[in-house]
Design a protein around this ligand. Structure first.
Ligand SMILES: Cc1ncc(COP(=O)(O)O)c(C=O)c1O
Length: 353
């Protein structure tokens, strides 16, 4: 703490991201990174960025990238906003859109960055308790006053709402903004983007970190009617004109257009997820039904912390939170088949001890 800290800096409770240890041979299943290498076309596009384009500032409006997203999603370019990861976009969403209200409604168990942004931008984060099975009671959520922010599929549970439920939330109150964080889109959940042409109170955010195996590139995007997008652009252009560097713009555009890679990679993850669900269930884990690239699990008798520690001592890293209701749970990212097999072998050994 320094005497120069502002009141804002003093009172923040920053988000703590999952560890990124540099440990040789570590099986890293703690931050939901994709197990496969990104699209070769994306890598080539990144490498093709010339020295001359690095000498210059990148395109502040990321036209090529926005256009690739618009074409893929069947939207107009003015319905697309891009940012330095969906985290940056969500921060702009708080400042540009949600702050017109004094509260934001979120599920009690969800992405733990939401309350951090709420505090940063002076909003009260009102939480709706998830049901016992971690599902969202859509009618209770729809009955609340104020904007709604929800991850679909939810994190860390992996449970997704279907399109009818999102539709209910969006159309139950047209003067309320609904922000659907689809960071884990691509692994089976339905997208809310189909509602966009009928709803000026819906914003969808996506990430290239999970579905496209590009967490290191830091690119996300938001989709909505142009009036919402314009609000985000105003905040972005008052904060950082160039949030996406030249390599990220080129790589992300190529990745978005490589539909074949996406289909194959998503299928591989879903296959490993199905295999892991079967194996974990046989080992007496309760497994939440996941439409994401991770599983949220709890052993019926062994303690979450003991399993976490046991895995760590065998060089396997998963994620656990010291939080009410979920302290016995572990969140496990879907790895390669070899990593999944190593995880199961380690769990078998641990549970036998
Ligand atoms: C629900 C959710 N939203 C957003 C993000 C941020 O993703 P990005 O890497 O695009 O900033 C994450 C990252 O883990 C997440 O879990």
């Amino acid at each position: 703490m320094s005497r120069f800290w502002s009141d804002t800096a003093r009172h923040l409770s920053p988000y703590i991201p999952g560890e990124q240890p540099r440990v040789r041979g570590l099986i890293k299943l703690n931050t939901n990174e994709h197990p496969l290498e990104p699209s070769e076309k994306a890598i080539r596009a990144i490498k093709a960025v010339s020295g001359d384009s690095l000498r210059r500032y990148p395109d502040p409006t990321s036209q090529e990238l926005c256009s690739a997203i618009a074409v893929t999603e069947g939207l107009q370019i003015n319905q697309v906003f891009v940012g330095n990861g969906s985290d940056e976009i969500l921060a702009h969403v708080f400042q540009a859109l949600l702050s017109s209200s004094s509260v934001v409604n979120v599920p009690d168990i969800t992405y733990s960055f939401y309350p951090v942004w709420a505090k940063l931008y002076g909003l009260e984060c009102q939480t709706l308790p998830l049901s016992k099975d971690f599902s969202i009671d859509v009618d209770s959520l729809a009955a609340l006053d104020g904007p709604i922010l929800l991850a679909n599929p939810n994190a860390p549970t992996g449970i997704a709402l279907d399109l009818d439920s999102i539709e209910k939330l969006v159309f139950s109150e047209r003067d309320r903004l609904v922000v659907v964080d689809e960071a884990y889109f691509g692994f089976g959940a339905q997208s809310a983007t189909r509602l966009l042409d009928r709803a000026d109170n819906l914003l969808v955010t996506r990430s290239l970190s999970k579905s496209h195996a590009l967490a290191g590139l830091r690119v996300g995007f938001a989709l909505g009617q142009s009036s919402l997008i314009d609000g985000l652009v105003r905040v972005k252009d008052s904060f950082n004109s160039y949030p996406i560097d030249a390599m990220a713009q080129a790589g992300a555009a190529a990745a978005i257009l490589d539909r074949e890679w996406l289909l194959g990679a998503s299928e591989a993850v879903a296959g490993n997820r199905d295999w892991l669900v079967t194996e974990l269930t046989q080992l007496d884990f309760e497994v939440c039904p996941s439409q994401a690239n991770f599983l949220f699990v709890r052993h019926r008798s062994a303690a979450g912390q003991a399993i976490f520690d046991g895995l760590r001592s065998r060089n396997i890293l998963v994620r656990r939170w010291d939080k009410a209701r979920i302290s016995e749970h572990l969140r496990i990212s879907i790895g390669t088949r070899e990593q999944c097999e190593a995880l199961i072998a380690a769990l078998k050994a641990l549970l036998e001890e």
